[in-house]
Design a binder for this molecule. Structure first.
Ligand code: SAM
Length: 290
């Protein structure tokens, strides 16, 4: 296979994704681009230097962070106007995804500068791809609000959203956030807690919402590191061929104690569900557990 990396051109803003934990996760094209530009804007020069050194990239660095990005954007684009090219990187992952860069990209677009993404690592897509939750439709919510009342209000707003919901969270608030989820979301919704992706202690915990608090409370390691939290979207309202929430709840309880045949037969007797539907649902539930 021929790898074609075009020469870095002038007056261009490159958005370069960098690793989210494992320094080896950087593309050939990202390294070539960082080597080819005139200068690199990064959130924290001390943070980015080890990565650049590892790949032998020696370039002038300039800081672009949430406190200076409005003022810095104009100054950086003046340099592009003079024919220089620049790369924007963040501390980790894809720039602008819960990271600085939006004012710069908006202004660059307004002024007609070419903006070239160099795609790569991103915690949300890494977590989603491995979550075993539906990936066809999803909503990225970034960091949940800091106060419990605002967090719960947001969760209530999202309760009926059919898309897979994705959040970022820090170690300080992961337990509070999962407790809020357990208060607002039904116990039988799936939750995935992806921790320390691409790093030594990578953990992808898949559970029911009803089990999630215990999962974190009982394991101090589950309160350390960086997190992506994913929630299964709401099921469509039950049609005539689906079990109701209550029928599913009974079926799940019985499945913990009896065989598929007995659990579905008892569910039909207790709740009035159609036996065949209860049996099919029991088969699906036990398949998921395997
Ligand atoms: N730009 C980054 C990206 O592309 O994913 C996200 C930056 S945001 C400031 C940092 C948050 O992303 C962390 O608090 C965590 O929620 C999530 N994150 C970043 N790296 C992660 C990792 N290795 N494992 C799990 N979550 C991660």
């Amino acid at each position: 296979m021929r790898i074609n990396v075009p020469e870095t051109r002038k007056g261009i803003l490159y958005l370069v994704a960098t690793p989210i934990g494992n320094l080896a996760d950087i593309s050939f094209r990202a390294v070539e681009t960082l080597n080819g530009v005139d200068f690199i804007a990064c959130e924290d020069t001390r943070h980015s230097r080890p990565l650049l050194e590892r790949y032998g990239i020696v370039k002038p660095l300039t800081a672009l962070h949430e406190h200076n990005e409005d003022a810095a954007a104009d100054r950086l684009l003046e340099r592009l106007g003079r024919g220089e090219s620049m790369a924007l990187i963040s501390d980790a992952g894809t720039p602008l995804i819960n990271d600085p860069g939006f004012p710069l990209v908006r202004l660059a677009a307004e002024r007609g500068f070419p903006i070239v993404p160099i795609p790569g690592p991103c915690a949300l897509t890494a977590a989603l791809s491995a979550s075993a939750l539906p990936t066809d439709r999803f909503a990225f919510e970034g960091f949940p609000p800091r106060t419990a009342s605002a967090r719960r209000a947001l969760l209530e707003e999202l309760l009926d959203d059919p898309r897979t919901l994705i959040f970022y969270e820090s170690s300080h608030r992961i337990l509070d956030f999962v407790r809020d989820i357990a208060q607002v979301f039904p116990a039988e919704r799936r939750i995935v807690i992806a921790r320390e992706l691409t790093k030594l202690h990578e953990t992808i915990a898949r559970a029911w919402v009803g089990e999630a608090c215990a999962l974190i409370e009982n394991d101090p390691n589950m309160q350390r590191g960086e997190f992506v939290v994913l929630l299964q979207g709401a099921s469509p309202k039950p049609g005539k061929d689906d079990l109701t929430h209550e029928q599913m709840r009974v079926l799940k309880l019985l499945l913990d104690e009896c065989s598929v045949k007995t659990a579905s037969s008892l569910t039909a007797k207790i709740t009035g569900a159609r036996k065949e539907l209860a049996y099919q649902a029991a088969l699906r539930l036990t398949e998921k557990k395997l």
